[in-house]
Design a protein. Structure first.
Length: 174
């Protein structure tokens, strides 16, 4: 008897959305947040003003965070406390790597340790500056301005996955 296992490794596309106001981006963040669990990492990519922090505001609204959510550009890491739908306490780290200039600075802020923290949800703006310190499994959210209108954004959500069992067949050799 042997098992035939086919493996796939891919970024799983969860959807591309168009929002036409900051409120719609906040709402999308709120809807997305329902799938988040403690330990998850969300990498946010996009130019200045593309909507990353608005989306984070939506995630924090879902978790009933009462602190003011703003871009942690000067502090690098903000910590918020909230709760999930079952009223379990949730800690969220909101990280902005825009000002990071070297791997040494990443080390100084303790990004790798923070990203591995199993009980908190980590939301990382300018994640391209994380320079390989993100865990293999994480959500990626890409924000793009649209030529259509100054308030329109295209937001693509995906999840980077480990090789996964796609199909499994058991065959009995006679
Ligand atoms: N559809 C939209 N979604 C999100 N924000 C929008 C939208 N339309 C207009 N805006 C405006 O764009 C700005 C987005 O700002 P935000 O702080 O979220 O950007 P950011 O990607 O976090 O930038 P930074 O890299 O500077 O932190 C806000 O001023 C918001 O009002
Ligand atoms: Mg921001």
């Amino acid at each position: 008897m042997f098992a035939l296992v086919q493996q796939i490794s891919a970024a799983m596309e969860l959807g591309t959305y168009t929002t036409r106001s900051e409120e719609e981006t906040i709402e999308l963040g709120k809807q997305f947040a329902a799938r988040l669990k403690p330990g998850d990492v969300v990498a946010l990519y996009g130019d200045l003003g593309a909507g990353k922090t608005e989306f984070v505001k939506g995630i924090c609204a879902y978790f009933h965070v009462s602190q003011i959510v703003s871009s942690p550009t000067f502090t690098i890491i903000n910590r918020y406390e909230g709760e999930d739908a079952a009223h379990h306490h949730v800690t969220l780290y909101h990280i902005d790597l825009y000002r990071i200039k070297s791997p040494k600075e990443l080390e100084e802020i303790g990004l790798a340790e923070c990203a591995e923290e199993g009980t908190a949800i980590k939301l990382i703006e300018w994640a391209e500056k994380a320079n390989g310190t993100l865990p293999k499994h994480h959500y990626s959210i890409h924000f793009e301005f649209s030529p259509e209108d100054i308030n329109t954004r295209r937001i693509r959500i995906s999840y980077d996955e480990e090789p996964q069992v796609e199909s499994e067949e058991e065959k009995i050799l006679v």
